[in-house]
Design a protein around this ligand. Sequence first.
Ligand code: G3H
Ligand code: 13P
Ligand code: ZN
Length: 316
Amino acid sequence: MALVSTKKMFEMAYKGGYAIGAFNVNNMEITQGIIAAIAEEKAPLILQVSRGARKYASIGYLRAILNTAVEENPDIPIATHLDHGDSFETCKQAVDDGFTSVMIDASSKPFEENIAETKKVVEYAHAHGVVVEAELGRLGGIEEEAVGVSIDDVKSHLTDPDQAVEFVEKSGCDSLAVACGTSHGAYKFKKEPKLALDIIQTVADKLPGFPLVMHGSSSVLKEFKDLINKYGGDMPDAMGVPEDAISEASKMAVCKVNIDTDLRMAMTAKIRQVFAEKPSAFDPRDYLGPGREAIKNMVKHKLHILGCVGKAAECS
Ligand code: G3H
Ligand code: 13P
Ligand code: ZN
């Protein structure tokens, strides 16, 4: 049975100093591209679905795609995860829909409310054999200009390690997304990429063995930015998290690394290239097929950055 929760994966990833890739899926081609990569590289996998993806594709189609991915890969441990659940109701729905892991993101709420909402999700999810990721702190750049406030204010959005201990103890969550300077999307930094990986180490020292999660972990690779711009796109100032920082975090207590933007860029670059080089193409398979291949290649590359190549068997 390849459909699993993240429990064993995180145990093995923590011990082995690697991280599991959590890739966002919105349609069949994206999922197939990811699956082709993990099947070749024999890596454990988290397939995650955002609220936006549920709205775009509808849960019926998504469930069928995810189930097929799992059925066709019995030797690969795959967890299905709700990304950024915004309420108890959304998380309950995902548990009822058969997801093996849910994220409750109440990080914008006051500390005590975040704990209370997370605890409520934990009680329901655990009663159904589902694990829960929570978030403490706010994602966003560390650079002062990135958010237009003072550096002290920026730092106050990062995860406070002492609060993290209290949060985990009181909420009962199974993993915690920490804010250490990453942010979502293709425009993470204005000048130099800057992360506070020391926060991850401090949380790890205070919560030994507890799995941490890094959101906003796309690197916005120059090659793909250049291709997009070359073929008529407009992403001149896009900037991501350097891949060596992702590798470093993966060796630490970070057991799950969320990547969406880099997949979007790989697919977009390839489709733009096809349109530019084959203006006569109008069969969607002529561009979605190469787009799917581009996703596969990007995911293969990422699995090496995370260090989880060949780890499927030990996570099963
Ligand atoms: O959390 C961000 C992910 O990239 C999902 O994005 O909400 O546009 O599906 P989305
Ligand atoms: P990126 O936008 O950096 O790919 O982050 C994705 C993410 O964190 C999904 O939850
Ligand atoms: Zn995220």
